[in-house]
Design a protein around this ligand. Structure first.
Ligand code: FES
Length: 87
């Protein structure tokens, strides 16, 4: 399958303790709600050394640091040009 985009979330222990599990669930739900599941390959990766600025999320070549359960919606909306209400 050819995906147009790729999202990677750090699954290292530091990012885990900073809440990446919740972010992972939010991203999964977002992709589903916006019918992006077939267009975006979503996967985890091991620690890339950015722990102090985690949780870390990558969308294609762009790296987002200090991602939390609020700004993750802004990040996704901005990247995928969606204007939906993020409440
Ligand atoms: S655990 Fe995520 S960058 Fe190190």
């Amino acid at each position: 399958m050819n995906y147009e985009h790729k999202i990677t979330i750090c699954l290292g222990s530091s990012c885990f303790s900073r809440g990446n599990k919740e972010i992972l669930d939010i991203v999964k739900g977002y992709l589903k709600d916006h019918n992006l599941e077939h267009n975006v390959f979503f996967s985890g990766e091991l620690c890339t050394g950015l722990c102090a600025e985690g949780p870390v999320l990558k969308i294609d070549e762009k790296v987002y640091k200090l991602v939390n359960n609020e700004n993750v919606f802004e990040i996704l909306n901005e990247y995928f040009n969606k204007q939906e209400n993020i409440s």
